[in-house]
Design a protein around this ligand. Sequence first.
Ligand SMILES: [Zn+2]
Length: 305
Amino acid sequence: MRSLSKRRRRVVLLGAAAALLFVAFTQWRAAITRGRSVPDEPFRIAGNLYYVGHTGVTAFLLTGPDGHVLIDGGYPENAPLIIESISKLGFDIADVKVLLNSHAHSDHAGGLQALQEASGAELWVSEGDAEVMTAGRHGGDPALGPMRILRFLGLGRFPAPRVDHEFEDGATIRLGPLALTAHVTAGHTRGCTSWSFPVRDDDRDLLAVSICSLTLFPFVSLVEPESYPGIRSDFERSFRTLRSLPADIFLASHSNWFSMVRKRGERATAENPAQPFIDRDGYLLHIDRAEERFREVLADQQQQR
Ligand SMILES: [Zn+2]
């Protein structure tokens, strides 16, 4: 009798703990969603290149006479904000003809389906990321390492867009005079794509490079058995590829990587508002730091073998 009530008390306590955890988890998710819905001021970076993203995750609009190109869709919640930012700048979402993506994670691909619906634009996705993009979930991707167990919490899901074209490393996507070259800088995902493209600013041509991501997920294995076969050599190649690009304008899929907020503030007092974004040193420093971290993790993992 006594042991039964003890067991019952334990069941009640466990149930209460589970309910509390559930409430905390839903509140945490709601707070995250609210944070994602905070709009940010769009602005011209240089020439025909504009920032239309969220404060944290970026989206870039490259405008042209035959239509515009939009790189990245942010979180699912960001799509209406991106559309609003485009119209605040005096452009129309319906004139976006090409949609591009850095990588098929919910914070950069989440808004693509809604943006595709609103614009009718064709979406180009790297061969390496096409499967995850079509599935609309990055949760099960082995490139995430053990973190992929989080898919059971529903994390990493996003509305799947229609993939109109797949491309290989080195492809150039053209729209009228606009030309964007795809550099598959894999490792973070198997098809992680950095984009390089010329921007016409007054009388000069500047090469903009948007870095996909060089971030290693926690516990990703760079030694046998690798999280996915080739992840280590993919990262090694990505550092080399990015260093080889003569980038003038440094961009990335997350705004803090290229100090967007600070640079946007500096525009007001700069002789040319594009100047703060012309940052080859910052670009190289970002690659150096990412490689340093990669080397540390790799050395640790090689030692533990
Ligand atoms: Zn990512």
